[in-house]
Design a protein around this ligand. Structure first.
Ligand SMILES: [Zn+2]
Length: 99
């Protein structure tokens, strides 16, 4: 089984996850688990205009703590997902075997 990135705006290069964060008109994709960010573009969604100065400063702090990376593209396999799936499968086998 191969897990692929299903995010149109790109996914975390480690796990394929995406959370959208606005910083003013700039849109960023982020993964909070891996502390990674990638730029999506600017002024694509109008909701950034509703951002309060507090939210903007919070987004700024969140983004500056993260490392900028190249995201996975939609449809690209998620590295490590296959290994993780095998580990989970093996755990389930062991749980099943113990029952
Ligand atoms: Zn991630």
């Amino acid at each position: 089984m191969t897990l692929i990135c299903e995010e149109y705006f790109g996914g975390c290069p480690k796990c394929g996850h995406l959370t959208l964060v606005n910083h003013g008109p700039e849109h960023w994709g982020v993964c909070d688990i891996h502390q990674l960010r990638w730029n999506i573009g600017s002024n694509l969604f109008s909701n950034w205009r509703a951002q309060t100065p507090e939210q903007k400063s919070e987004a700024h702090n969140r983004l500056t703590a993260m490392t900028e990376v190249e995201p996975l593209s939609e449809g690209e396999p998620i590295p490590g997902a296959e290994d993780a799936a095998l580990v989970v499968e093996s755990l389930f086998e062991r749980i099943g075997g113990a029952a």
